[in-house]
Design a protein around this ligand. Structure first.
Ligand code: DHB
Length: 306
């Protein structure tokens, strides 16, 4: 990884080597995977969403590729909050890179219990996954579809969190800007926009069956980028808190589009499946080239569109 201070970014008082974020759910269950992402040029790491109890997740196949990206229905497989936070601490014992602990629950009480545990860890921020599209059968529609639920959870978590609270919202409702504003009003310190789209479906015509066992899964990749950009652009005009933009960022040009749409940080997930973790090195170098060819001295000089 080429070292350059030009991409350094503040993350709630901590220094990140770049505004590039490893998205939740991508090689982020063990501390070694997270370290590899940072080594490659990722500035901030998000862990796979942790639940109070371990979850096996759905039976496979859980991922399928299509022309516009992937669909996945992992089913929130994770080792549970206690084991997960040990990995978080192991990571922080070896790296200064800011770490976001992502948590998933369906009740306010469970979010509070998870927050207390994250408070006792070395994580630098907590991300509330209010928007997993794959567990509706078990839990009903995602919390991020309801302004009232988002407000209640963010308010209660903020009362006890010692860390910045990030709300990860869903694109799968017509009033995302209103919900984003509600999250800010309830005290959220940042938003992650957007979680996967859909769910959607991909069919294997030879086997005459859905490509993934769970039939439906959240859509990621190039297909969802215009949706993400539109929501980030619209919502960044309504709120004052920073946005972690995500959804189909495959290269440096995509990352620049997200910054121009109004994101402060750019989170990358699906690109890792195509290009490996080295995609962070490529995107990092692409950002540095863009800044130098345009005579810009820092990443903040890539201004949002009016
Ligand atoms: C899963 C969770 C998500 O929030 C998402 O966007 C995609 C998949 C999951 O674990 O199933």
């Amino acid at each position: 990884m080429k070292k350059s201070g030009i991409l350094q970014t503040d993350f709630f008082g901590k220094l990140a080597n770049s505004p590039l974020v490893l998205a939740s759910g991508v090689i982020d269950v063990s501390y070694s995977g997270m370290l590899r992402a940072v080594e490659a040029g990722c500035g901030i790491v998000t862990m796979k969403s942790l639940t109070l109890e371990p979850r096996k997740g759905h039976n496979g196949p859980v991922v399928a590729e299509f022309a516009g990206g992937f669909i996945n229905s992992m089913g929130l497989c994770n080792p549970g909050i206690d084991s997960g936070l040990k990995e978080a601490d192991d990571f922080k014992n070896r790296s200064d890179a800011p770490l976001i602990a992502s948590v998933f629950a369906i009740s306010t009480d469970d979010f509070i219990a998870l927050t207390r545990k994250v408070n006792d860890s070395k994580a630098d921020a907590i991300e509330l996954n209010l928007s997993c599209p794959n567990v509706a059968d078990e839990y009903g529609i995602p919390l991020a579809a309801s302004k009232e639920k988002v407000t209640e959870i963010v308010l209660e978590v903020k009362k006890i969190s010692r860390l910045p609270v990030i709300a990860k919202l869903s694109p799968n409702t017509y009033n995302v800007p209103e919900i984003a504003k509600a999250a800010e009003n309830a005290g959220a310190d940042a938003l992650t926009l957007i979680n996967t789209l859909g769910p959607g479906m991909v069919i294997n015509i030879h086997a005459r069956k859905p490509m993934i066992l769970n039939k439906f899964g959240g859509i990621s990749g190039a297909a969802i980028k215009p949706v993400a950009l539109k929501l980030i652009y619209q919502i960044s005009k309504l709120i004052d808190i920073p946005i972690i933009g995500t959804g189909g960022v495959l290269n440096a040009d995509d990352a620049i589009e997200f910054l121009m749409a109004g994101a402060k940080y750019v989170s990358i997930g699906t690109a890792v499946y195509y290009h490996g973790i080295e995609v962070f090195t490529e995107i990092r170098e692409g950002l540095i080239n863009y800044l130098t060819t345009n005579n810009l001295s820092s990443i903040e000089d890539i201004l949002p569109l009016s």
